[in-house]
Structures are given as C-alpha cells and as structure tokens.
Design a protein around this ligand. Structure first.
Ligand code: NAP
Length: 259
C-alpha cells in the first residue's frame, strides 16, 4: 500500500532502539525524511546509519534528553518544520503505591505527559498552517488496563490520553490527526529489563520468565518493533485522515475486553 508520505519530515523521539526505532524505520521505508533522537550518542548513530544504509531518505540524529527543556529545544531546532511527530520516552520504574512520592510523580509526568504535550504545542501550529499533520503518541496498554506495579506510568499516561482526547478534536478541522498507540508487551530492551526483574525475584531463568509472560498473551508471543512501526506509519499516512483521537491497542489480545 502506498502511504503517500514520501518527502514528509518526521520527528521520532526516543528512537535509537525498540518501538521508537521500529517507527523511525517504517516511516523511512515509506519515504519520509526522519529526525531521530535518543540520549546515548553511540546507539543513536548506529541506528541512524542502519536506516541510511537501506532507505534513500535524509536521516538526522540528535542526541539529547527529550524530557528536558534544553533537550527538546535542541531536537526542535534540528527538526525544523515537522509534518509527522512521534512522541516517546523511557517509561517510569515499577514499584508499589506506597513508594511513589511527589518527586517520582513529577518525573513521570514530565517524561510521559508534559514532554509529549510540549512537543505538540511546539509543532501543531506549523502543521495547522500547512493544513496537514500527523501525531502519534506512544503510550501503553496500561491506559486501558492498569498494570499495578506501573502506577507512575498509569497516572502520567492517563493524563496525556485526556489531553489528546480533546486536542485531537480541536486540530482535526485543520487536517491534523493525533492518535495514541498503546503497546502491550513487545520484544525490546524494556521487556528484557522487566523479565530480568521477575526472573531475579522469583528465581527463574530469563527464558522461563519470558515463556510464562508469553502464555498470558492470546497471540502466544511478544509483539515486534516492526509490527508496531507498520501501524505507526499507517497512522501517519494519507489514509488515516478520518482516525481522530483514538487509542490503538497492540497487545496480541492480552487485554481481555470487548471494547
Ligand atoms: P526501549 O527498547 O528501552 O527503548 C527506549 C528508547 O528510548 C531508546 O532508544 C532510548 O535511548 C530512548 N530514550 C529513553 N529515554 C529517553 C529520553 N529521556 N530522551 C530521549 N530518548 C530516550 O523501550 P521500548 O520498549 O521501545 O519502550 C518505549 C516506550 O513504550 C516506553 O515509554 C515504554 O514504557 C513503553 N512501553 C513499552 C512496552 C514494551 O513491551 N516494550 C509496553 C508498554 C509500554 P537512550 O536510553 O539512549 O536515551
């Protein structure tokens, strides 16, 4: 399927690895010129080179912490006029309700709610002026079905979801489309880190911890960054103009709900 976004300029935050990288690669394969970002320079340069070597598009890499004001300023300056924005950042650490204090909440809100909002506020005016734009926010399955140990994530991402629900409808008349993608378990470093924690706690091997989690997913496996990227590219395509403010769950059927 022709996605109709060749030559568009896309900023994909937190994209040297995992889901962000899956989105960056899929957008580049669709012909978009991409701006990639992560904190670690080396992995980012490697990821950017990997895409450059297979896609004939411009690839710009900006090493910066997207959750800080200075980092965002650096990324936005390099990115220029952006047609497609994919927001992403690392997720907050797991814990128990009684662990989480004001400082922890502020950090989670900064990373997973206020950062994507700041990026949208910076880039939506240009999209509106040009009469076309696409925004995809990477949130989490936990928005629909809470993951108890990820209370900081549940809270911050719920806040972002509320913001997007209204804002997406305010910008839709100008040809700007905002949606959220809600990953369930995907085979990325984040999944390995969570499985490693469980394995250590319960004296299992990493393979046992993963196999047990895979059994909880009707699809019987983890999702892949490639599958995730393909949906992201579709939501950023010309075909997505009538999909407004939706929360698209990609979880292999793990969330047991009819709607
Ligand atoms: P990942 O494999 O650990 O990759 C995270 C990427 O984000 C890396 O490129 C990392 O590079 C970059 N990053 C992290 N913090 C950053 C920051 N402050 N500024 C700029 N770049 C940053 O993680 P993932 O699995 O793709 O997860 C992406 C998001 O989806 C996370 O918020 C996660 O909580 C959420 N999620 C993931 C899953 C899953 O199963 N994978 C499920 C639900 C939700 P640097 O470390 O070098 O900055």
């Amino acid at each position: 399927m022709e996605l109709g976004i060749a030559g568009k300029r896309a900023l994909i935050c937190a994209s040297s690895k995992g889901l962000g990288l899956g989105c960056a690669r899929a957008l580049a394969e669709a012909g978009a010129n991409i701006v990639m970002n992560a904190r670690g320079e080396e992995a980012l340069a490697l990821a950017a080179e990997g895409i450059r070597s297979t896609c004939e598009v411009e690839v710009t890499a900006v090493a910066a912490d997207i959750t800080t004001e200075e980092g965002r300023a650096q990324v936005l300056q390099a990115a220029g006029d952006v047609d497609i924005l994919v927001t992403n950042a690392g997720g907050p650490p797991p814990g128990v309700w009684s662990d989480w204090d004001r400082e922890g909440f502020i950090a989670a809100l900064d990373a997973n709610m206020l950062t994507p909002i700041a990026l949208m506020k910076a880039l939506l005016p240009g999209m509106i002026d040009r009469g076309w734009g696409r925004v995809v926010n990477i949130t989490s399955q936990s928005v629909k079905a809470p993951i108890a140990a990820l209370g900081l994530s549940n809270s911050a991402r719920a806040g972002l979801t509320g913001y997007v629900a209204g804002t997406s409808r305010q910008v839709a008349p100008y040809g700007v489309v905002i949606n959220n993608m809600l990953p369930g378990i995907h085979a990325t470093d984040r999944a390995v880190a969570l499985d490693t924690g469980v394995a250590q706690q319960e004296e299992l091997t990493l393979e046992q911890a993963r196999a047990r989690r895979e059994q909880s997913i009707p699809a019987g496996r983890y999702g892949t960054p490639e599958e995730f990227g393909a949906m992201c590219a579709f939501l950023c395509s010309q075909h997505a103009g009538f999909i407004i403010g939706q929360n698209i769950l990609l979880d292999g059927g793990a969330t047991n709900a009819t709607l």
